[in-house]
Write a protein that binds this ligand. Structure first.
Ligand code: FAD
Length: 350
């Protein structure tokens, strides 16, 4: 079982910055996110868009902000469990918590910070009756490791950027890529559409439109998909079906943890520390609500900072915390690397 001081549910900007503020207080963090990569909405929805209201950055690409946050927290060596959703929580007699993911990973933490944003992003699934049976047996909704598809037959379904981009990418890895879309027109970037056409002409992508996957075949695992095309059906052999129909955020299982919920957000005490109605469980960033709440990145950063102070008090009752400026105290990563490096520089200068 993974042991940590703070379990952060959500690797969006709020969750990532929490690691930094906790690190200053020598609190160890583990981050759990349903998505395969950190960054929350910034990485998933708008990595190439510039943000203009991050203090000190007149303009920063969302993807770059995520990279910077990752760089800023790496000295505190947070643990990451990605691609897994927080499913259940069990409060222990000593007031600590064990959170279990949908894949069975267990994390034992003194405190839990829910930084779940709009909720966990769940893939939109096609309406195919026997779909459940083939999940993880040939049906994948995320591409975590493209190498998995090397020399395999792959059918990608969808008409947006993800479907186009992955078809292009996998055309160099898979033995066969078939892109199926229910319309003749694609919603993705024009240059991606043109690239797919070009690869089709070169025989590297098979394009089937307008068509839909309506059934799946295979005894133990996926062996073929049934397509409906112009009112007729045909079966094509495949090792994988990757439906890429976008993601929808859902508060999901957290909604059943006994927390006070208002309009799909978790109510917190904003006069103090963003704690929920369950002591030791906090909610920060877009996922929470309180009078005057603004769903902005910088508000999440502020909430994370105050929350970490509260966890520090929870873990060190009665111990007086003295606020230290990083300009004065510096940053001492868990491996002491920064201070050691600074000492070495000072030594070599003197
Ligand atoms: P999120 O970024 O939503 O991250 C939450 C993470 O939690 C997700 O990765 C999710 O997968 C994970 N999660 C949720 N539930 C679970 C679970 N049960 N188990 C595991 N993981 C879970 N804000 C600004 O300040 N300035 C802007 O200019 C700006 N522009 C925007 C433009 C667009 C197009 C959009 C969509 C938003 C914009 N925002 C902007 C809003 C900003 O992105 C959010 O305020 C910010 O992402 C909130 O960060 P967060 O960390 O709280 O949540």
């Amino acid at each position: 079982m993974i042991q940590t001081d703070i379990l952060i549910i959500g690797a969006g900007p709020t969750g990532l910055f929490t690691v930094f503020e906790a690190g200053l207080l020598k609190l160890k963090c583990h981050i759990l996110d349903a998505l395969p990569q950190p960054g929350g909405q910034l990485a998933e929805l708008y990595p190439k868009k510039p943000i203009f209201d991050i203090p000190g950055f007149p303009e920063v690409l969302a993807g770059d902000l995520v990279n910077n946050l990752m760089e800023q927290i790496k000295q505190f060596q947070p643990g990451f469990t990605l691609g897994e959703r927080a499913e259940t929580i069990d409060k222990q007699e000593d007031g600590t918590f064990i959170v279990t993911s949908d894949k069975g990973t267990q994390i034992h933490a003194n405190s839990v910070a829910i930084a779940g944003g709009l909720g966990s992003f769940e893939p939109r699934k096609p309406l195919i009756e026997n779909l459940d049976f083939y999940e993880d047996k040939g049906v994948d909704y995320f591409i975590r490791d493209p190498e998995k598809f090397r020399n395999k037959k792959v059918v990608i379904a969808g008409g947006g950027d993800s479907a186009l981009d992955w078809s292009i990418y996998l055309s160099n890895i898979a033995s066969e890529v078939t892109l199926v879309h229910r319309r003749n027109e694609f919603r993705g970037a024009l240059d991606s559409v043109e690239k797919v056409q070009e690869l089709k002409n070169l025989g590297k992508i098979r394009l089937i439109t307008p068509a839909e996957v309506i059934d799946l075949k295979g005894e133990q695992r996926l062996e073929g998909v049934v397509l409906e095309e112009d009112g007729a059906t045909r079966t094509i052999a495949t090792d994988y079906l990757i439906p890429l129909f976008g993601l929808t955020p859902k508060l999901g299982p957290i909604a059943n943890w006994g927390l006070e919920i208002e309009k799909n957000a978790i109510k917190v005490d904003n006069t103090l520390d963003y704690q929920t109605n369950i002591p030791g469980i906090y909610a920060i960033g877009d996922v929470n609500t309180y009078p005057g709440k603004l769903k902005l990145i910088l508000c999440g950063f502020h909430e994370a900072t105050l929350m970490c102070q509260s966890v520090y008090q929870r873990m060190n009752p009665g111990k007086k915390y003295v606020l230290k400026y990083t300009t004065v105290s510096g940053i001492d990563g868990f491996d002491g690397s920064r201070k050691e490096a600074e000492k070495a520089v000072v030594k070599s200068i003197s």
